[in-house]
Design a protein around this ligand. Sequence first.
Ligand code: G3I
Length: 393
Amino acid sequence: MQHRRSTHHGAGGSTRGPGRALRWSAALLVAPVLVACAPDAEDPQDDQTPPGQEQPETQFDTLREAAPEGFYVGSAAAGGGHHLEQDYDDPFTTDEAYREVLAEQFSSLSAENQMKWEFIHPEQGEYDFGPADAIVDFAEENGQVVRGHTLLWHSQNPEWLEEGDFTPEELREILREHIETVVGRYAGRIQQWDVANEIVDDDAEIRTEENIWIRELGIEIVSDAFRWAHEADPEAELFLNDYSVEGINAKSDVYYGLAQDMLDDGVPLHGFGVQGHLSTQYGYPGDLQQNLQRFADLGLKTAITEIDVRIVMPEDGQPDQGAFEQQAAYYRMSLEACLAVEGCDSFTLWGFVDRYSWVPVFFPEEGAATVMEDDYSPRPAFTALLQALEAAR
Ligand code: G3I
């Protein structure tokens, strides 16, 4: 398994090839931080910082550099899904400035959509590995680890699967073959797999109807999926993953019980992933750390796998400084909670610019959920993350 610090570049500059011509984007991103790194009353740049938006001092320019040893800060690699309906080309494969920041800032990548069934297994017996390969290759070129997402889910399944008239035995074989093929293809190159995603609904019930696998094969199929994934890649850490499980609540309680049962049965379950799709209008889940800790106490790893923090958008579309500060506090507290729990060493943003975020598509009233402006300049949340990482070194 790769180690973040063994491959990343030093504070002085990039050693990587791709996108070096676009270092302006990263320079733009870190400019206010650099100003703060070298405070100088005579520096004319100091005067360019608007009142109330001074960036506190930070030692490092990038999240990956600021992170303590062995701690991974990730982002989803934007592509597929909602992007297909937008008036831009596939972000991950075509936007060089975006790729530059993705490489500079992060030590872990997650496939936003590219490893989901409908993309990687679009027809029965046909796989399309191109987009997923591109992510894994990019990650290796840039000294990043990869989180695989996902193998067993109720959503984004191809029509041939959902509409197919398969017997339970056939379905079981289809899932086994898929996991063997996909996990096997990337064996040794994926740090963590979200094996089962969102198998519990908003009423804290197992998705026995929506999820084709559980509906047709029973909850035991989840354990089998973990066993098959482990056989295909014994090195990969295998996770349960869901949203609205940040705090200790009815839904996370279901996972806590399930995790105990799986471990008692000797299932190769290694981690619990908390997605972290937060909104400032619903308050901060103050017991996140305790929740992560109780899973850690079972002997599991934990991770924040998809964080973003939505803001209710004002009419003029421009949240005020107070809203961004509140958002920054949510990001910072989530990161600090993870950093405080042993075995929580992966913290992934579900994108870092609003332009490519899923949030405005799903929540028309909310937005500004990411840590950077669309020109990659930092929001307070970015600086808050940088500071929290530095403080944990
Ligand atoms: O499948 C339909 C298709 O039938 C239809 O013709 C087409 C036109 O509107 O839409 C297709 O659905 C899209 C889907 O991706 C399929 O790829 C949705 O509109 C689109 O909004 C959806 O977006 C993805 C979403 O997962 C799907 O649930 C997002 O890009 C992706 O960021 C998001 O990621 C999820 C994680 O995987 C799991 N946790 C929550 C997170 C945010 O929703």
